[in-house]
Design a protein around this ligand. Structure first.
Ligand SMILES: *[C@@H]1O[C@H](CO)[C@@H](O)[C@H](O)[C@H]1NC(C)=O
Ligand SMILES: *[C@@H]1O[C@H](CO)[C@@H](O)[C@H](O)[C@H]1NC(C)=O
Ligand SMILES: *[C@@H]1O[C@H](CO)[C@@H](O)[C@H](O)[C@H]1NC(C)=O
Ligand SMILES: *[C@@H]1O[C@H](CO)[C@@H](O)[C@H](O)[C@H]1NC(C)=O
Length: 519
């Protein structure tokens, strides 16, 4: 757990006094897929690139922001400065505007070969750069014979010692195969099966999910299949409303679908399968609902069937969800295992926003924030801090600012992945890149090696936008995303790579001084 104020303050004071005596920095790269020199033989672990600078005077985050913003200024011919200045810290939401198409010839493609070179340094070179061989990939490791094998990745079925029944449903099978390091393997057939079932099985019953702030429905299918339904409210082109805070923004059903595909394409596999589906509101919602939910259905003046449900935000007649005239699109997300199969633990996200109209969070004001986080379990060891970096990548790519808590499965302990849940507020502002979402990466200067490789692959090879277009093209409600959101993905991949380069360059500036390492 993330401990409270007092502890942090003490740690901060300690941290500052240490930093005042010496600049501490530490440069770590791991490009090997073996445990060889690691001191952590017993713990399955993962590849990583990390560069840590603990420098009281100005964080990489702020310097990157400054440089990035300067670039944006000079590059833009319009007076976009107002928006840019107000960018990452201010909660002010300025009206969206489309940047004027650049008239200059297209810039030369930057392939970030310097980052690639950096990853390819041989061990002697890395030694010179005070590079430490650390741990390897969580799932794939090299065996004694040199083969790549999966190790140390037990599934829920193995840990709970339950056999998968012959007649188990796709969702039951899916739950039991969830493993310590991922929700499903890269070649999973169950994912497609589950998506197909959610998109086509008859709907037996519909009820409202209690406790959410915005409307969600629980959909029951035959064979205990269950999905969480979020209805479409707006056309694809609708952007986050200018005066909405990220925490009052409407949830978008298509963001949930797109986030699942993005998480899978990035190789994280930490999001539950989601599919789109077109419903007949009359036969598939109205006739299957009961009680309080049923009472909220009505026919609008233009003869469309509508309902609003009951919840904290936007569940009233003026925010009703209406069919056309009675067909309605929505997202269907597979249910997580119930608590008696695999209970979850909820963690506060260290980089959570303040969720207050005026107050700032600690990470926004403290340059040394990452150093504090790194000392607190479970961020002081294992994969967790790297997982938060991955989460920042995912969230930055889709512009999701709504990540206050995250969850893990208890039975896997601390050395397990955080679930990527709840992405309804992603994909809202395709013309704005919210740099503050990258704060964990820019403040810690760390990123998992495999994630960096994936980003490089999409930057230099077939674009992420193309991969997404193709992947989303198979969804029943395709096209899932408005085109500018896809274009934004490619632009944001490059911004992340620039951020990492910035970290490395800062490290080299300081590289002649010997550093102290603490991991
Ligand atoms: C897991 O993390 C918690 C922090 O909430 C810590 O108290 C606990 O010691 C950690 N467990 C292990 C085995 O590291
Ligand atoms: C753009 O900036 C220039 C100089 O900074 C100013 O004179 C002009 O009025 C601005 N235009 C708009 C549309 O704000
Ligand atoms: C599966 O088969 C077992 C008996 O072998 C039975 O008890 C159970 O109800 C069946 N489950 C389903 C979902 O059909
Ligand atoms: C939904 O089902 C009802 C009843 O079968 C039918 O009258 C209506 O046309 C259907 N709506 C759509 C959009 O298919």
């Amino acid at each position: 757990m993330f401990r409270g104020g007092m502890k942090l303050k003490e740690r901060f004071i300690l941290g500052v006094s240490v930093a005042a005596v010496l600049f501490t920095f530490l440069l770590v790269v791991d490009i090997q897929m073996d445990l060889g020199m690691s001191g952590h033989h017993l713990v399955p672990s993962h590849g990583r690139v990390k560069y840590v600078q603990e420098d009281a005077a100005g964080s990489a985050y702020n310097s990157f922001r400054k440089r990035f913003l300067q670039k944006t200024h000079s590059a833009s011919s319009t007076n976009a400065s107002k928006e840019v200045d107000a960018a990452p810290h201010s909660l002010k939401e300025l009206p969206e505007k489309k940047p004027a198409p650049s008239k200059e010839p297209k810039e030369k493609h930057d392939d970030f070969s310097d980052l690639m070179d950096y990853m390819m340094l041989d061990s002697a070179e890395r030694e010179k750069h005070r590079v430490e061989i650390d741990r390897v990939h969580p799932v794939i490791q090299k065996s004694m014979e040199g083969d790549l094998v999966k190790v140390g990745n037990p599934t829920i079925a193995q840990l709970r010692k339950v056999a998968v029944r012959e007649n188990a449903t796709a969702l039951e099978k899916f739950h039991l195969q969830i493993s310590q390091h991922e929700l499903y393997p890269a070649d999973s057939e169950l994912v497609d099966e589950l998506i197909h079932e959610m998109a086509t099985e008859p709907i037996l019953h519909v009820s409202q999910k209690s406790g959410g702030t915005q409307l969600k429905l629980v959909i029951d299918y035959p064979n205990h299949l269950q999905a969480l339904f979020k209805p479409m409210r707006f056309p694809r082109e609708q952007q986050t409303l200018p005066n909405h805070f990220y925490f009052t923004d409407y949830e978008r059903h298509n963001a949930e679908i797109a986030a699942f595909h993005l998480d899978r394409l990035l190789g994280f596999r930490r999001a539950m399968p989601v599919t789109g589906r077109l419903l007949n509101m009359t036969t598939e919602l109205y006739q299957k609902a009961e009680g309080d939910l049923l009472k909220t259905f009505f026919v609008s003046p233009s003869d469309n069937l509508c309902f609003h449900g009951k919840c904290t935000y936007y569940c009233d007649t003026s925010h009703a969800i209406c069919g056309n005239p009675d067909s309605l699109e929505g997202s269907f997300a597979a249910f997580l295992p119930s608590n008696d199969v695999a209970a979850r633990k909820v963690w506060r996200h260290p980089w959570r926003r303040s969720y207050h109209k005026r107050r700032k969070a600690q990470w926004e004001t403290e340059d040394n924030y990452c150093a504090l986080v790194r000392e607190i379990p479970p961020y002081d060891r294992g994969r967790r801090l790297y997982d938060l970096m991955d989460m920042a990548v995912l969230d930055f790519l889709m512009g999701n600012m709504d990540r206050h808590h995250y969850e893990t499965f208890r039975l896997f302990g601390n050395d397990t992945f955080p679930l990527h849940l709840d992405h309804g507020r992603g994909f809202g502002r395709p013309f704005h890149d919210e740099l503050s979402i990258l704060a964990p990466i820019l403040q810690c200067c760390m990123l998992r090696q495999t994630t960096l490789q994936t980003l490089m692959k999409f930057h230099n090879g077939p674009k992420l936008s193309e991969a997404m277009r193709e992947s989303l093209g198979r969804d029943p409600v395709a096209p899932v995303l408005w085109e500018p959101h896809l274009e934004a993905l490619d632009r944001r991949v490059e911004i992340i790579l620039r951020g990492i380069r910035d970290c490395l360059q800062k490290g080299e500036d300081l590289g002649s001084e010997p550093g102290d390492e603490d991991t």
